[in-house]
Write a protein that binds this ligand. Structure first.
Ligand SMILES: *Cc1c(COP(=O)(O)O)cnc(C)c1O
Length: 854
């Protein structure tokens, strides 16, 4: 007999009534995580339980005795505190927001933000690293700014693994089960109380998923969960773990996220007009959006796709091809064969959507290519990463010069209130006023950082460093206890690190390109640096390696082993199980954040931004966000952004650069103290860092930028194309078809410029181009000059586009187009003519194959 089928289940929840009921509401909205008063309130309930539950108030409320909770109602101090937090919470939900003020709340714009992971708080383990933290910070800022947005993701039964190191320092993974009833989750139900479920067809198997809501301030995040009894065992596993499993598992996860996510929103009655894909994992959503429009308006695939593309945004996060999902045609056939045929696509047409070269049958299906083809807006996550992405994907737009590849960049940012220490927040409020909380993007406000008295800024930072040291010791003790160390060995943990010493932090995923062991190339030199009697240095490490990444694990083992050597024992610590709580301690307490990726593999990086807000300084390779942040006086650059072919040589050069920088600049500046023991020069550097970095690298700036440059743009295109039952989208698809048919008739004939070999600056040079158009009317074309200064190899660099106007017909009946080049710079000029279709309502429209150069 299977006992489980006989099992009756029920859920027990604490019954908080009267004035205490609000505690429950607060615990179920992650707003509390970025409101220090609310955090203090929960801590106050029971500090030990707070730590044991990994800072999880829902679980705490479930464990605390009813009688204890009832007593609270009589505790006046507590109740006043509770009332204060409650008022803030209500104010927050009702206040006028940035979006409301600027866009009057009148636009029916609604964005759905899709991501494989969301890092919102350590108590909600639905993230692995940077990508998830960014998604979490995006939701928090969208809530603060009042952007109409919902999140969509998966709810993992085991999340990402927890890390501990064995006695040799070899990473061990454990996967604790999440108890959803102890997380701030609401199960979405029908009016008669049954869980709402969506359905998918996966290789002939019916798969259901239920929907959980996680409330992030004003923003709901919907998470899909396939762990249901009616599903086949292998499909219950779809939402078991984040980033584990093979390709077969991965494609099912991505189908659930993309296709299932759109179905979930529809079932909930939510109709987004914009879908933002955080990385390519969610790209299947574009297919489902298209399918829904086809069904609703009786459209063909190409027609519906025109509208859907306009309403899709894709953010790419990786500059390495190996970091992007590729699926074999067989796997796609297995899970999406029936699906794409129902869309009216042939196998070749479907596979072409995910191939750089649609005609290459050997190319695997790439999720980033799918996303790029099906989203009208795409971006990288720093300026440098934007450039790298345009280079990486230029084959998708073979007719465009690299700088015009339509992938822009929106540089990442961090959620200020999540990452700032309470001490630093109080200090900023004291000297900058309260407005940094609402609008951290105000430059003038951060300029006031000069007014913070040096001694106060220093004391604030010292307190955070001390907290970090105590935290590291506590974690080290826990590790020693776990691996069975003796009482004497455990006691030594109280002596490692020193709260007064220059502290360097290095924490990240242990992928090899991040070069976690660069500092260890010259052990003797490192030992001399760390153990200098007058000016010592200490380093705190943390980070996980992917369970299958043996090389990454080896790096961790090496660092751990070094930390056991006598000469490093008190100066190097590896903190296990890197998560948001460890990250918070680190970014708040370190003096220097060390970042050593191999350029240009770090798309952005965000930890250094968190450090900047907390009055730490960055020392980084000029990769990711740092070329935009570094100003010479606000931190340090390792090297000048050189890239050598010989990786080992590069490592050697850059590790030496790190030692030199530390010896000659960083350490002397830190220990150059006045009579009051305050390092004035160092504090000058911190203030420059606060002034230059804080107004720029917040997720408030980032989400404002996404809203104004992407969401609103995308929304107005979507409105145009979808109006009147998709009239313009349908017409656009027809028109593109016609253009493709007629395009072979277009020819560029003679192009003439009236110029002598040398012309003075500022001259206007008339240009005419003669075109044969066949059956296309002149007003159906955009004829442009692409011109600019030539480099030594005869390529136009940073060219600009000038429109040529239709200027009648030639004697032979060809169409003439004319314009003028203004010579605004000295040097060798070159120009080319290019022609593409021009739609009467939408202007120039580029489609692969519809562009001529002459
Ligand atoms: C901020 C953060 C990251 C991002 O790390 P980068 O190396 O800067 O990209 C990863 N993990 C955690 C836990 C973080 O808090």
């Amino acid at each position: 007999m299977d006992f489980r089928t006989k099992l009756h289940r029920f859920t027990v929840v604490p019954s908080l009534t009267g004035e205490l009921a609000i505690l429950q509401q607060l615990a179920y909205n992650l707003w509390w995580t970025w409101e220090p008063e609310a955090v203090e309130l929960f801590k106050r309930l029971d500090i030990e339980l707070w730590q044991q539950t990994r800072h999880n108030p829902v679980e705490m409320l479930g464990i605390l005795q009813q009688t204890f909770l009832e007593k609270l109602a009589a505790d006046e101090g507590f109740m006043t505190h509770l009332k204060r937090v409650e008022n803030r919470f209500r104010e927050y939900l009702e206040e006028k927001t940035w979006f409301g003020r600027h866009y009057n709340g009148s636009k029916p714009m609604l964005t759905a933000y899709f991501s494989m992971e969301f890092g919102l708080h350590e108590s909600v383990p639905t993230y692995s690293g940077g990508l998830g933290i960014l998604a979490g910070d995006h939701l928090k800022s969208a809530s603060d700014l009042g952007i109409p947005l919902v999140g969509v993701g998966l709810l993992y039964r085991q999340g990402y693994f927890r890390q501990y190191l064995n006695i040799e320092g070899w990473q061990q993974e454990i996967y604790p089960e999440n108890d959803f009833y102890n997380l701030p989750l609401h199960l979405e139900r029908t009016t008669d109380g049954k869980p709402l479920t969506i359905e998918l067809d996966l290789a002939g198997r019916k798969v259901s998923a239920q929907l959980w809501r996680l409330q992030v301030g004003r923003v709901p995040l919907y998470l899909l969960d396939s762990n249901l009894e009616e599903n086949a065992p292998e499909d219950r596993e779809i939402t078991a773990q984040l980033y584990s499993g093979d390709q077969d598992m991965r494609i099912r996860q991505e189908i659930l996220l993309g296709i299932g996510g759109i179905r979930a929103l529809k079932l909930l009655g939510i109709a987004p007009n914009i879908c933002h894909m955080n990385e390519g994992h969610a790209a299947f959503l574009a297919l489902e959006r298209t399918r829904l429009l086809m069904e609703e308006y009786n459209l063909r695939f190409t027609e519906a796709m025109e509208a859907v593309r306009a309403g899709n945004i894709f953010t790419t996060h990786t500059p390495v091809d190996a970091g992007i999902d590729h699926f074999s045609p067989d796997l796609l056939e297995k899970y999406l064969g029936r699906y794409y045929r129902a869309l009216g696509l042939s196998r070749d047409e479907f596979l072409a959507l995910g191939r750089q070269n649609p005609k290459n049958p050997h190319e695997a299906f790439c999720m980033a290519v799918l996303a790029l083809r099906l989203a009208a807006h795409a971006n990288g996550v720093s300026q440098l990463h934007g450039e790298v992405s345009r280079k990486m994907w230029r084959n998708l737009w073979p007719e465009l010069p690299e700088e015009q590849i339509p992938i822009t960049s929106v540089t990442n940012g961090v959620h200020t209130k999540t990452w700032l220490s309470n001490e630093m927040a109080a200090l900023l409020t004291r000297y900058l006023g309260n407005r940094w909380r609402e609008d951290p993007t105000d430059q003038a406000l951060w300029r006031r950082a000069v007014n913070i008295p040096d001694s106060e800024l220093w004391r604030t930072h010292e307190r955070c460093r001390e907290r970090l040291v105590l935290f590291a010791r506590r974690r080290l003790k826990e590790h020693l206890t776990k691996v069975g160390a003796t009482a004497k060995e455990i006691a030594t943990a109280d002596e490692v690190l020193d709260p007064e010493v220059l502290t360097i932090g290095f924490a990240r995923r242990f992928a090899t390109y991040k070069r976690g062991t660069l500092l260890f190339r010259d052990l003797d030199r490192l030992a001399r640096l760390l153990n200098d009697a007058d000016r010592p240095v200490q380093i705190i490490f943390a980070g996980k390696a992917h369970p299958q990444d043996v090389e990454g694990k080896e790096l961790i083992r090496q660092i751990f082993q070094h930390s056991l050597e006598k000469r490093f024992h008190n100066r190097i610590v590896f903190i296990e199980d890197y998560d948001m709580a460890v990250a918070r301690h680190l970014v708040q307490g370190v003096d220097v954040w060390l970042n050593t990726p191999r350029r240009p593999f770090e798309a952005s990086g965000t930890s250094g931004m968190k450090v900047a807000f907390n009055g730490g300084l960055n020392m980084s390779v000029l990769d990711g966000w740092w070329p935009e942040g570094y100003r010479g006086n606000n931190g340090w650059a390792i090297g000048n952004g050189e890239v050598y072919d010989d990786i080992d040589y590069q490592n050697e050069v850059e590790s030496r650069a790190i030692y030199d920088l530390l010896e000659k600049e960083v350490i002397p500046l830190f220990y150059d103290r006045g009579t009051d023991n305050v390092p004035r020069g160092w504090l000058g550097c911190i203030k420059a860092s606060l002034q230059t970095l804080c107004p720029v690298f917040s997720s408030e700036r980032m989400v404002e930028e996404y809203t104004t440059r992407m969401y609103l743009e995308s929304f107005s295109q979507w409105e145009k194309l979808s109006a009147d039952r998709m009239a313009l989208a349908t017409e656009l698809a027809r028109w593109k078809g016609e253009m493709h048919r007629l395009w072979p008739q277009v020819r560029i004939g003679a192009v003439e410029a009236v110029a002598t070999a040398e012309v003075p600056l500022g001259t206007l040079i008339p240009v005419t181009a003669e075109l044969t158009l066949g059956a296309i009317a002149p007003e159906q074309l955009a004829v442009e000059l692409y011109c600019g200064v030539l480099d030594s190899r005869g390529n136009i660099i940073g060219g600009e586009l000038l429109p040529l106007a239709h200027a009648g017909q030639s004697a032979e009946g060809n169409q003439l187009f004319a314009g003028e080049i203004e010579c605004r710079f000295c040097g060798r000029y070159g120009f080319m003519v290019r022609v593409m279709p021009c739609h009467t309502e939408l202007g120039p429209v580029y489609d692969q194959g519809l562009m001529l150069w002459g």
